[in-house]
Design a protein around this ligand. Structure first.
Ligand SMILES: [Zn+2]
Length: 440
């Protein structure tokens, strides 16, 4: 035994010396160091409260090393990218997506049907298009809130390994449902997420954590797609059990409630974020302010449903109710913002909505935010909700080199951030570049 171990050790040392001593001939990095880049912006809103003029962001590997306006600080040999025609922003964060529920626009086949017909492997492969469109909107990080068959974990890992191009993903696996929660008309709810009663809630939360999720999602009311009912499903005790179990494992929890009752109990139980929620009473809103609960109203996804209902495959006749829901959703957001509730931007992007992720910011401005406050919901606030406020959501030393170049002044007009994204960098790699005129 001993000699085998010794031989193994000698072997390992040998491999270490040979591999460690090889020159990095195939690497793009400079010998002995990481790739160094310097990106110039005309203006840079850094998420730290500063608007820079003639900003230079110095990047080493996948992280920001320094932000300066002193050109002499650019290290010798750095690759310089000149985006001085544009305004720089930190990479945007969408805290409510369903990337694995992507569909293409194949005519004649309703999206609801495509979602059920595709196998998980096909679905993940197709989803790379939605991931790309998400990046093109300037979104470099998402919190993906619900998938079947752990497709979200697969996709997150493929992206992290560089096998798929897409935003950094934080995922939930199966959301928790009660039996018979209407999920999608004509579909069975995903079996993996069903839980009735406290012991089953604990089991499903633990199953998701064991599967490798980043956080927990719970559906505490009805309401999805063309169904805008908001009846509470899980009881306070079940919600509290989920919240406590998630927190016990160091995970955050996002709770879905279309209506006020599930919202009230989710907030009282200590959820980290509350998704959708209309018609919240003043006491619930005050409780959110007190606890620092994030509100993710997802107003725009119902606009998307109204624009695309035939392609999705909804039955005619839901439109008036959905329009009324949007108004109540916006009104609730207005009240919550006025009261001082913290917001994070979530699109609830699904089907073909990817690429429209940041339209939610327009609704936030309508609800009374300044463009800068709206930008915070998709940067610093969203990063705080993820628990990544020291790595994401700002353009500052130590943060991931996630940067967006927009054409115009997003602090004067939020539409600039929504519709004028020209260039995107994620972790030091340029993933979108529309700054050059296409040459054929
Ligand atoms: Zn959702």
């Amino acid at each position: 035994m001993k000699s085998i171990r010794l031989r193994l050790l000698v072997c390992l040392v040998f491999i270490f010396l040979v591999v460690g001593g090889l020159p990095a001939v195939h690497s793009q990095e400079k010998p002995g160091g990481k790739r160094v880049q310097a990106v110039r912006f005309g203006k840079l809103w850094d998420g730290k409260g500063k608007l820079w003029s003639n900003a230079i962001v110095i990047i080493e590997g996948d992280r920001i090393k320094n932000v300066t306006s002193d050109a002499s600080a650019i290290p010798a040999g750095a690759e310089v990218l000149d985006l001085s025609k544009y305004t720089g922003l930190p990479g945007l964060i969408d805290v409510h997506t369903h990337l694995t529920m992507y569909t293409d626009e194949t005519p004649g086949e309703p999206m609801l049907k495509q979602i059920t017909n595709n196998s998980p492997a096909v679905e993940v492969f197709l989803a790379r298009k939605g991931a790309m469109r998400t990046l093109e909107a300037g979104v470099t990080t998402v919190r993906d809130l619900g998938a079947d068959q752990y497709m979200d974990i697969a996709m997150r890992d493929l992206i992290n390994h560089g096998e798929m191009i897409g935003p950094r993903m934080f995922v939930v696996g199966y959301g928790l449902y009660v039996t018979n929660t209407p999920y999608k008309p004509g579909l069975n709810p995903p079996a993996g997420g069903i839980a009735d009663g406290v012991p089953e809630v604990l089991r499903v939360v633990r199953q998701q954590i064991a599967a490798g999720v980043d956080l927990i999602k719970m559906y505490a009311s009805t309401g999805t797609d063309d169904d805008t009912t908001g009846f509470q499903t899980f009881s306070y005790d079940e919600i509290k059990a989920a919240v406590d179990a998630a927190h016990q494992f160091g995970k955050k929890i996002a709770i879905h409630s279309y209506g006020p009752d599930g919202a009230r109990d989710a907030v009282r139980a200590g959820t980290d974020s509350l998704e959708h929620a209309t018609d919240m009473d003043d006491a619930t809103i005050q409780e959110m302010v007190k606890r620092g609960t994030f509100y993710v109203p997802t107003i725009d996804h119902n606009r998307y449903y109204l624009d695309n209902w035939q392609k999705i495959g909804y039955a005619n006749g839901f439109q008036e109710k959905t329009k009324a829901f949007i108004e109540r959703n916006l009104e609730t957001a207005r009240k919550a913002h006025k009261a001082g509730v913290k917001f994070a931007m979530g699109s609830d992007a699904i089907y073909t909505m990817f690429g429209e992720n940041t339209r939610e910011l327009g609704w936030f401005v309508k609800a009374g935010m300044t463009p800068e406050q709206a930008l915070r919901t998709a940067t610093t606030n969203a990063a705080e909700l993820l628990g990544k406020e020291k790595e994401l959501g700002s353009a500052a030393p130590g943060y991931y080199a996630d940067l967006v170049a927009v054409e115009g002044d997003p602090l004067a007009d939020i539409d600039v951030a929504i519709y004028k994204v020209k260039w995107v960098m994620k972790g030091g790699a340029v993933v979108v570049d529309k700054t050059k005129v296409a040459v054929r």
